[in-house]
Structure formats: structure tokens, C-alpha cells
Design a protein around this ligand. Structure first.
Ligand code: NAD
Length: 533
């Protein structure tokens, strides 16, 4: 049964309104402009990670419903692609205004389903909003190229045309920003879209879709289907879907990349990370320690650009013979522990929270297991957040800031992406060695250096094998006029998300050659390859 979108207007911010028919409420799909309750017999719980309350139930969409969503997107494509680009831009212009209007509601939904603090959730929305703002200039971004008179009286020009139906598959950690990396760019280029939000926090996607429709996006241009592996595989296999944007783990990302590429689809796949920060002795101590604590523990470490490993570079000459440490490293680590201890772990809705819970009980167990494996393989635990209890939220999946030092590259806790509030410390006795450590790691999302030496920063920038480089900037996530440029195992595909590369991903080039002069006609048939000499 089709339900008018307004019924969900206060979706997760007012559960009573949302749960007119079911308690807990069921998250609807969006098919052809209508929010529709799935006929699926299988639902999974969306759980508040701070309280374990069931916020809503998410359907494992049936194949029939999935096909209906793709078909709605296919039907909407011809008229949407022919809608003037200025009109498509105006929908984005209105959408950015509506997102600003509802930013608090969106943030509350994110905190409820994902756990991050309200302030951080607002940042999640805002970083997505910036992509919408960028899409408002699509006419300029999508411009083609023109060369007059490539031969006598002949001109050639290229057009960037939309692909057709595109799809997006999202992770749990940025429930607003990542859907907004995808559909605003895709639809403003003239495509239609099928979005599969994370099954752990679908609410923000539904709210954003409501806003997009309120902004004037026609029915069928944006569709939402919920589910897990089967829905993802259906997206990979459907012949009507031309391109897939994926953000998430390497297991899922490489599976999707292989399966969908084999069907001839374009895929951009942003995956896992292990981001390093190299600290040189000449770094500004206070600013660097603040940056390390914020980038290591913010969002409980559940950011793909979290700075999860610090490599201290201090001279071997003064190394203490009894262990790997220099006195300077002790000083830095002590101060880092002080800063981490001062952070308040609490439910994201509490005003004093610096970091909230991790997404699930399973995630907490996995993070604790990796901390323990680090200790057992010789790392020293400087700060242990595993046994933290948050008053009033005793059932929440909380882990406090945790710091391990003397970590080496062969340890499981180093090789695996932990994706929790855990900072690993390593040591190197030269900048060369520190760069070597970073480059040896399989991931290449981001890397940062903290120094006051321009020469060291330049060497780092040149030699480091990471897609996003920070110089005294801990989480260098580029704004949307650039692209998000992970590399190595952190990215598969050719064209990155947003910026010029994002527009190129969602468009294909058509090259037109024309001649309008009076044709001579009398020179006969020539079978030789035409040349313009
Ligand atoms: P995930 O891979 O578990 O889930 C992402 C999406 O893939 C979900 O929609 C899920 O339903 C689907 N999925 C999961 N496993 C699948 C499988 N085996 N087959 C088919 N589909 C599958 O990721 P997550 O836990 O939601 O997100 C965390 C991960 O995302 C981390 O690794 C993080 O680094 C990464 N991430 C990367 C970026 C980036 O830009 N590089 C940004 C955010 C998050």
C-alpha cells in the first residue's frame, strides 16, 4: 500500500507519528514517488546503540519490489534527462535550503540510530549539504568541449550525457553525508537513482528523500530500497542499472566491484582505511596532541578518515636502551593519554558527550578482541577503555578511548582496520622509516604529517602513498570542488566521488562531428581514411 510521504514527515524524530500502524515502526521503501511498506516477511531491527531500544524495523525488500524501484527509475529517466539543467539545479538549490531547515531533526535521527554526538551528527549532515551546494552549479560542471574547424568546415564537440539508472550502496557511519555524496550529483547530471541505505541506520536517507521530493524532485527520480546482501546482489546484477557507487568495507566493496564490473557496470568503490599521522619532533605539541585526540577518538573512531595510527619520529641517539622509547616519546604519549582521559564518553544525545557508542554489540566485541590481540602480541596498553560503564546507559555499546603503544606492523591490531576509539602508537627513527611504514600498509585513504619543517612536509607529500594528505591537518577530507581520493586498497574504480571526477562518473561522453558548408558533391567517392591535412 502506498503511503503519502507526509506521514513520515517527522520520521524518526517523532516515533509516535511514524508508528501509526506498527510498533516499532517499519521503514518504508520509496518507489516511484510513494513511500510504500514492504510486503516482505523478513524484517531486521534498527537499534539505538546507546540504549538497545529498537528504533524501527527494516524490510529485506522482495525481488518484486526491487524490480519495481528500478522500473520506476527507468521510467522517470527520459523526461528527467530532458528537464532543463537549470531546473534540475533549482531542485538542488531548494534541497540545500530544506536540509538547513531540518538539520537538527536529521542530526537527532542520526544520533538515535548511529550513536554519534549531536554536534558530530550535524557535521555529518553539513558535509553532505556541501555536495548539494556544489551540485547547484552543475551546468558549469557538466559542460562539454568544442573545437571549431577540425577540418575545413567541420566542427567537433563533446557532450557529457547522463547514464540512465544509477545506484548507491551506503555504510552505517555517515548516514547523511554518504547518500548525499551520491544522489545529488547523479540526479543533477540527469540520471535517476536507486539508493540502498545501510540497514543499521536508514532514517536519514528517508528524511533526505522526503526533502528532495519537497524540493521538487519528480516521482521515480530517487527511489529507496532496503535490505542487505540479496538487495546488493540484485543491484549488481540488474541490467537496467548502469553505475554503482559504493562506500563501505573491503569485503563488500571488492565483491560489488567484481560482480558489477563483470556485468559491464561502472563502479566507484570507497573502502576501508588505516590512516597514519607522522609526528616529527618540531611539531607544535599542543596543536598536534589536540589533533591526534580529535581525529583518533571523534565519532568513536568510526570514520574512514579517522587517524588510527601515530608514528612518532624521534632520534635513535637518545633512545633508552631498555625499550624502544625515547624520553620525548614518553612525554608525548603521557600527554596524549591525559587528553584522551579527559574526553567524556556518553550517549550522543547528552550535551557533554565527546564520543558516543560504537554501532553494535558485535562491533564492540570485535574492537575489544583486536585490543586484546595487540596486548598478547606485545603492545603496551597505555589507556584501556574496554570496561567503561556509562551511567544511565549501562546497555550501550560504549568503549572509551584506548591507546596501545610499541605496536609493530606484524600485529593483527595494526593490519586490520579497527574502526573504534583505539589509537595505535609506533616509533620510527627517521622520516624515511616513518614514510616506509605508512607506504607498506595496504590501505591508502589518508595520511598526515605534523611538523614545522616545510622541507619535511614536502618530502612527505611527494613520497607518501595515500590519496588524501594532511600537512598539520589530521582529517584531510576534501570539500566537494575537489574529489574524495582514496587510493590503494581504500578505493577501486577509476573515477572518485564528487568534484569533477564525480560528475565524470555519472556521465558518459558523446562526441559529435558536424559539417554545414555547401558540399561540393562532384569529387566522387573516396575510400581513403579522411584526414585533415
Ligand atoms: P559494510 O561493508 O559492512 O556495509 C556497507 C554496505 O554494504 C551496507 O549497505 C551493507 O548492507 C552492504 N554489505 C555488507 N556486506 C556485504 C556483502 N558481503 N555483500 C554485499 N553487500 C554487503 O560497511 P559498514 O560496516 O557499514 O561501514 C564501515 C566501513 O566503511 C569501514 O570499512 C569504513 O572504512 C568504510 N568507509 C569508507 C569510506 C571511504 O570513503 N573510503 C567512508 C565511510 C566508510
Amino acid at each position: 500500500k502506498a503511503v503519502r510521504p507526509q506521514i513520515f514527515a517527522k520520521f524518526s524524530t517523532d516515533a509516535k507519528l511514524y508508528s501509526k500502524q506498527h510498533n516499532p515502526p517499519r521503514v518504508p521503501n520509496l518507489i516511484g514517488g510513494a513511500f510504500i511498506e514492504s510486503r516482505s516477511s523478513e524484517y531486521i531491527d534498527v537499534i539505538n546503540p546507546a540504549t538497545q531500544e529498537v528504533v524501527s524495523q527494516l524490510p529485506l525488500t522482495t525481488n518484486e519490489e526491487f524490480k519495481a524501484a528500478v522500473s520506476a527509475a527507468k521510467q522517470a529517466f527520459p523526461s528527467w534527462r530532458n528537464t532543463p539543467i537549470t531546473t534540475r539545479q533549482r531542485v538542488m538549490l531548494k534541497l540545500q535550503e530544506l536540509i538547513r531547515r531540518d538539520i537538527d531533526k536529521l542530526a537527532m535521527n542520526i544520533t538515535t540510530e548511529q550513536g554519534k554526538t549531536l554536534k558530530d551528527a550535524q557535521g555529518d549532515v553539513f558535509r553532505g549539504l556541501e555536495v548539494v551546494e556544489h551540485a547547484c552549479g552543475m551546468a558549469t560542471l557538466q559542460m562539454g568541449e568544442y573545437v571549431p574547424n577540425v577540418s575545413n568546415g567541420i566542427d567537433t564537440y563533446s557532450l557529457r550525457e547522463p547514464l540512465g539508472v544509477c545506484a548507491g550502496i551506503c555504510p552505517f557511519n555517515f548516514p547523511a553525508m554518504i547518500p548525499l555524496w551520491m544522489f545529488p550529483v547523479a540526479v543533477t547530471c540527469g540520471n535517476t537513482f536507486v539508493l540502498k541505505p545501510s540497514e543499521k541506520d536508514p532514517g536519514a536517507s528517508i528524511m533526505l528523500a522526503e526533502l528532495a521530493m519537497e524540493a521538487g524532485l519528480p516521482d521515480g527520480v530517487l527511489n529507496i530500497v532496503h535490505g542487505t546482501h540479496d538487495t546488493v546482489n540484485a543491484i549488481c546484477d540488474d541490467a537496467n542499472i548502469r553505475a554503482i557507487s559504493f562506500v563501505g568495507s573491503n569485503v563488500a566493496g571488492m565483491h560489488i566491484y567484481a560482480r558489477a564490473s563483470a556485468k559491464g557496470k561502472r563502479v566507484q568503490s570507497n573502502m576501508g582505511a588505516k590512516n597514519h599521522g607522522i609526528v616529527l619532533p618540531d611539531a607544535n605539541m599542543d596543536a598536534t596532541l589536540n589533533a591526534l585526540a580529535a581525529a583518533g577518538f571523534g565519532a568513536a573512531g568510526q570514520r574512514c578518515m579517522a587517524l588510527s595510527t601515530v608514528v612518532f619520529r624521534f632520534s635513535l641517539l637518545i633512545k633508552n636502551i631498555t625499550n624502544l622509547h625515547t624520553d620525548e616519546v614518553y612525554l608525548w604519549e603521557d600527554k596524549l593519554v591525559e587528553r584522551a582521559k579527559a574526553l567524556k564518553v556518553n550517549a550522543g544525545t547528552e550535551a557533554d558527550a565527546d564520543l558516543g557508542p560504537v554501532i553494535s554489540k558485535q562491533a564492540k566485541e570485535r574492537i575489544c578482541r583486536l585490543i586484546q590481540s595487540g596486548i598478547e602480541s606485545g603492545a603496551r596498553l597505555l589507556l584501556d577503555g574496554r570496561n567503561i560503564v556509562v551511567p544511565g546507559y549501562e546497555h550501550g555499546n560504549f568503549i572509551g578511548p584506548t591507546i596501545l603503544t610499541d605496536v609493530t606492523a606484524d600485529m593483527e591490531c595494526y593490519k586490520e582496520e579497527i574502526f573504534g576509539p583505539v589509537l595505535l602508537c609506533m616509533q620510527a627513527d627517521s622520516l624515511e622509516e616513518a614514510i616506509k611504514i605508512v607506504n607498506k600498509n595496504q590501505y591508502g585513504n589518508g595520511a598526515a604529517i605534523f611538523t614545522s619543517s616545510g622541507a619535511a612536509a614536502r618530502k612527505f607529500q611527494t613520497e607518501i602513498e595515500a590519496g588524501q594528505v594532511g600537512i598539520n591537518v589530521p582529517i584531510p577530507v576534501p570539500l566537494p570542488f575537489f574529489s574524495f581520493t582514496g587510493s590503494k586498497a581504500s578505493f577501486a574504480g577509476d573515477l572518485n566521488f564528487y568534484g569533477k571526477a564525480g560528475v565524470n562518473f555519472y556521465t558518459q561522453i558523446k562526441t559529435v562531428t558536424q559539417q554545414w558548408r555547401d558540399l561540393p558533391g562532384g569529387s566522387g567517392v573516396s575510400l581513403a581514411m579522411p584526414t585533415s591535412q
